[in-house]
Design a protein around this ligand. Structure first.
Ligand SMILES: [Mg+2]
Length: 249
């Protein structure tokens, strides 16, 4: 019931919790800065496109557009939500524009692909972006076919995380038992509704303020991870070691 106080290195996640996680029925993964590292800077491209979209839509300079974008993000959770609520912007046109990016900077991850292969549970991508974006990025990572579904912002009725309503929709539509599910995210506050439903929460620690907000101040995090592919591989391996590993734990 406590937030980890010393999440310094992935190795801090011992075999014991990893073994207990391996057989979870469902794994729910955020996409951006979770399934690929923030160091790819991919989201910087999306961020730039968002700003350009706002500048073009309102006839603003890029600096003014940035101020407006930050307010939308702060008040509504995503820029799109603010654009829709206050300005009736077409979400499909917006998504097509902001996700028209070059994913060459994302490196295919054989480690992540292998870990996903060895985890027996169902896997779903849950993103505030679009299916097209998820397919583009996960395809580049070489992991798209490991997921049975992408639950995107359209599936969520264009209500973004961390509003609890789309989490309930996700659970119902995909027949998920939250008590037997893990959710993996870089934005800590997006884990709060997952925990409230009874899911195990895995925070892929980010260094941006919007990613860290709430950590140590009420958001329940079960596992803190710096390197998701390595951690997930350890989870899969811990289980694969079988009764011997459990007996030693
Ligand atoms: Mg993310």
């Amino acid at each position: 019931m406590t937030v980890p106080t010393s999440p310094a290195v992935p190795a801090a996640e011992s075999a014991s919790p990893a073994a207990s996680l391996r057989d979870r029925a469902v794994w729910i993964f955020d996409l951006d800065n979770t399934l690929y590292p923030a160091s790819c800077n991919l989201f910087a491209q999306v961020d730039r496109r968002i700003n350009e979209f706002i500048a073009g839509h309102f006839g603003l300079g890029l600096d003014e557009a940035r101020v407006r974008q930050k307010r939308f993000f702060r008040d509504y959770g995503t820029t799109l939500r603010g654009l829709m609520v206050e300005h009736d912007v077409d979400p499909v046109a917006y998504m097509d524009y902001v996700h028209d990016i070059d994913v060459a900077g994302v490196q295919p991850s054989a480690l992540l692909a292998g870990a996903l292969d060895r985890l027996p549970g169902r896997k779903i991508i849950y993103t505030n972006g679009s299916v097209r974006h998820a397919e583009n990025v996960a395809g580049r990572l070489g992991i798209l076919d490991r997921f049975e579904a992408v639950f995107d912002i359209a599936a969520a009725g264009f209500v973004p995380k961390p509003d609890p309503r789309p989490y309930a929709t996700l659970v119902e539509r995909h027949g998920i038992d939250p008590a037997d599910a893990c959710m993996v995210e870089d934005i800590a506050r997006n884990l709060a509704p997952a925990h409230a439903l009874g899911m195990t929460t895995v925070w892929v620690r980010g260094d941006q303020e919007y990613e860290k907000a709430g950590v140590g101040a009420g958001i329940h995090i079960d596992h803190t991870v710096d390197d998701l592919p390595s951690w997930l591989a350890a989870v899969a391996e811990a289980g694969a070691a079988g009764a011997g590993a459990e007996g030693a734990a």
